[in-house]
Write a protein that binds this ligand. Structure first.
Ligand SMILES: *[C@@H]1O[C@H](CO)[C@@H](O)[C@H](O)[C@H]1NC(C)=O
Ligand SMILES: *[C@@H]1O[C@H](CO)[C@@H](O)[C@H](O)[C@H]1NC(C)=O
Ligand SMILES: *[C@@H]1O[C@H](CO)[C@@H](O)[C@H](O)[C@H]1NC(C)=O
Length: 261
């Protein structure tokens, strides 16, 4: 209650200041720091899906040397749909390893308890998607008509009925516990070399990209956050994802780097 009261007082006080100063403060994320509370919606609970860097239902493919930090899970598709990785089966049969994955690879036909563990993780991934997609009362709708390159975005819930393009860097500015949820009606595309830049202490684990279509991270582009696609996620040559890739069809990587938060 104390915090709510002081937030009201703060808001009343702030509303007296010039609009320009208020906008600058909000854009810089300083408002959050002064209040000492998280701004934006509450984070999406990933439950057991949060144990994986990559989850997919139909396939995970790799071309040339990718570097992944975190575990990979594929279900209901079988291990033969993890392609392009030089897999080594652990003697337990519960997981595989790969020289370029700092973590373990799991598929639905591996030894017990992997099948049940993956069924839960995939269900949790879909629950997270539904949670993100179902958040109501967006702070911004159709921002930039779907082109957010060049913008600085403060914490909040953003919604588009269309796809979203990031043609040049976009900056997410806010504190370490602030949350961004992006609800995207079609696909998300990062152009070649375009980066999601986190500033002010913002963390990838608090950024959620809920996408009804494909997520494409073009060559050398950088995605930050939890990618929740109802279809596929593709990282092109030299692309980087700092976060998690959760696809309801397949994930494809080309000489890409994926690092869990
Ligand atoms: C990806 O595939 C290439 C062959 O196309 C292979 O040399 C490389 O080791 C694979 N990367 C991983 C992470 O397994
Ligand atoms: C995009 O962000 C990166 C990393 O912060 C920076 O090095 C690069 O210069 C930026 N590119 C543009 C076009 O602003
Ligand atoms: C992104 O990659 C796709 C697929 O390779 C390509 O068709 C598209 O032109 C690229 N877009 C940009 C803006 O780089």
């Amino acid at each position: 209650m104390k915090i709510l009261k002081s937030r009201r007082r703060y808001t009343t006080y702030m509303s007296g200041l010039a609009a320009v100063a208020l906008a600058a403060l909000a854009m810089s994320g300083c408002g959050t720091g002064l209040l000492g509370t998280a701004a934006g919606p509450s984070a999406v609970n990933l439950r057991t899906a949060g144990n994986y860097a990559i989850l997919a239902k139909s396939g995970i493919s790799n071309v040339s040397t990718s570097a992944i930090t975190g575990d990979l899970g594929l279900s209901p598709a079988q291990g033969s749909y993890i392609t392009g990785f030089s897999l080594t089966q652990d003697s337990s049969t519960v997981f595989d390893t790969s020289s370029q994955v700092t973590g373990k690879l799991y598929a639905a036909n591996y030894g017990v308890p992997t099948p049940a563990t993956l069924t839960s993780a995939i269900a949790d991934m879909q629950t997270a998607y539904t949670d993100a997609a179902g958040r109501s009362s967006p702070d911004h709708t159709e921002l930039g008509a779907g082109e957010i390159g060049g913008l600085t975005l403060k914490p909040g819930l953003y919604k588009w009925g269309t796809g979203v393009d990031i043609s040049i860097n976009v900056t997410l500015s806010g504190g370490s516990s602030d949350v961004w949820i992006f609800q995207i009606g079609q696909g998300l595309t990062l152009a070649t070399g375009a980066k999601v830049v986190l500033s002010g202490g913002a963390q990838a684990k608090n950024v959620f990209w809920q996408c009804a279509g494909d997520i494409t991270v073009n060559s050398t582009a950088v995605l930050q956050g939890i990618a929740l696609s109802q279809t596929a996620i593709a990282l092109k040559t030299g692309a980087t994802a700092n976060g998690r890739l959760f696809a309801q069809t397949d994930v494809s990587l080309e000489q890409s780097t994926v690092t869990e938060p």
